[in-house]
Design a protein around this ligand. Structure first.
Ligand code: NAI
Length: 442
């Protein structure tokens, strides 16, 4: 479904009218296409975190990025595609002023869909000054995200120990992270992608609820990145499912994930037909919205059964089986409703908040198998689900984020594919919002 307002204010006449009237002018976001460079222009790299910074310039240059520092001859005139600041050794309040100086000089020359990334460390609870300084980075980045315009985003990467931020940086700098804004990602390990163009080559992936919407976009992106994708959905959605499988050269599995026998059916199908699975994306989900006072038991039960209980049962069975390969990646669809709550969605928000609790709880058991489990929490994404909303509510909801537009299913799919990739092994038990920095909630 196209965003008519976004198209209008980006047309010649519409642009002029919108700027005269002071109307919001959402940018057409830079999205990834195979063959694109990581960044479409130069990147300004600065900071005080000497050990991380030393390796960073080399890593980024090797990835094809035109890296400059503030002393470069043409730094004052450059139009930046990205600004990366290493604050991993910021331990005192005055270190924050150095960061301010870096950004104050460069932000005015950040181009459309520009990227601002700050690297930091987590507060550790040992020294109040150090912890206050580290936590301050979070406030700076979230505020910056709200100040940036023209499709630019700001995100914070917290590095644990000597973990490499390369995988997170590649994702955040690229067009794959178009709708990821105002986020904090903790990196506890990970590696450089063996093949950045087809990082999932040779992997077997399962996507539930893949007959349409976000699930079918996830199937597309996982296949584009090299995986063989098994697309699963209800028998009633068989036609759409076959269309998706044909498009991507994948295989279908008709399965109601909420049925009691679903985990066993899934296990034998994956084991016998495919020799196991490397990537599982729990995407199938339903809504049955009602105010709690009016909610019928079956509306409550069905949402909890499909969105949460089915995933819990399937994950437990997979974790205990060699059908789930060591080093596997499980990605679960949560929602910003599960973080901020939403009127009429106590059942849905319970299920999606439950997903967040579930991935946090499973993380250490998955880590013992060198596997990871994470959640993606989409904000307002243009799909059949959101198309069903009344026109005025939908138009308002679309603009209530820093990027002033809805995300597309592909934006969620790109984030899923990144967390599903081997290089994202240092990210576990986390929730990544793909919401354009939704103004509602955390
Ligand atoms: P959708 O309604 O377009 O697609 C969901 C798919 O799941 C459908 O193909 C449906 O047949 C399948 N499904 C439902 N029950 C199933 C079951 N018992 N077994 C197997 N398959 C089943 O939904 P959409 O918008 O693509 O959402 C996908 C996921 O993203 C859901 O988990 C949803 O809660 C989540 N999400 C969506 C947002 C949005 O703005 N569209 C926002 C936040 C989260």
């Amino acid at each position: 479904m196209s965003d008519r307002y976004l198209n209008l204010v980006n047309s010649g006449m519409g642009k002029t009218v919108a700027s005269r009237l002071g109307l919001p002018r959402p940018e057409v976001l830079r999205r990834y296409h195979v063959g694109d460079p990581l960044l479409p222009g130069p990147l300004l790299l600065g900071g005080s975190g000497a050990p991380v910074l030393a390796g960073l310039a080399g890593v980024l240059k090797a990835a094809g990025v035109d890296v400059r520092d503030a002393d470069a001859a043409d730094a004052a005139e450059a139009r930046w595609a990205g600004l990366v600041y290493d604050a991993t050794d910021a331990n005192e309040i005055r270190d924050l002023a150095v960061l301010r100086d870096f950004f104050a000089g460069a932000l005015r020359r950040l181009g459309p869909s520009g990227r601002v990334i700050v690297l930091g460390r987590s507060p550790e609870g040992s020294d109040p000054v150090v912890d206050a300084t580290r936590q301050a980075l979070d406030g700076i980045v979230r505020s910056l995200g709200k100040e940036l315009r023209a499709g630019a985003t700001a995100n914070l990467v917290l590095i644990e120990g000597d973990a490499s931020p390369e995988s997170a940086l590649r994702f955040l700098l690229s067009g794959r992270s178009a709708y990821v804004d105002g986020q904090l990602i903790r990196v506890g390990g990970g590696a450089a992608p063996a093949d950045p163009v087809r990082p999932l080559d040779g992997k077997i992936a399962l996507v539930t609820g893949a007959a349409r919407g976000i699930g079918s976009a996830i199937a597309d992106v996982l296949a584009r990145d090299g995986a063989h994708v098994i697309v699963a959905d209800l028998p009633a959605a068989g036609e759409g499912l076959a269309r998706v499988a044909n498009r991507i050269g994948g295989t279908t599995l008709q399965l109601d994930i909420a049925r009691p026998e679903a985990p066993a059916t899934l296990l034998s199908h994956l084991g016998e037909r495919h020799g196991g699975v490397d990537i599982v994306v729990h995407n199938a989900g339903i809504t049955r919205d009602r105010l709690l006072a009016n909610m019928k038991p079956e509306q409550w039960d069905s949402v909890l059964a499909v969105n949460l209980e089915a995933q819990l049962r399937i994950n437990t069975v997979l974790l205990g089986s060699t059908v789930l390969h060591d080093g596997a990646r499980v990605v679960c669809l949560a929602s910003t409703s599960g973080i901020a709550g939403n009127r009429g969605q106590t059942n849905y928000a319970a299920s999606k908040a439950g997903i967040i609790g579930m991935v946090r709880s499973y993380a250490s058991a998955f880590a013992r198998r060198e596997a990871t489990i994470n959640a993606i929490a989409p904000g307002f994404i243009d799909t059949d689900m959101t198309h069903a909303m009344p026109f005025a509510t939908r138009e308002v909801a679309r603009r209530l984020n820093s990027l002033q537009q809805a995300g597309l299913p592909v934006d969620v799919a790109e984030a899923v594919a990144w967390l599903a990739s081997p290089s994202a092994g240092g990210i576990n038990g986390q929730v990544l919002r793909v919401c354009g920095q939704n103004l509602v909630g955390a």
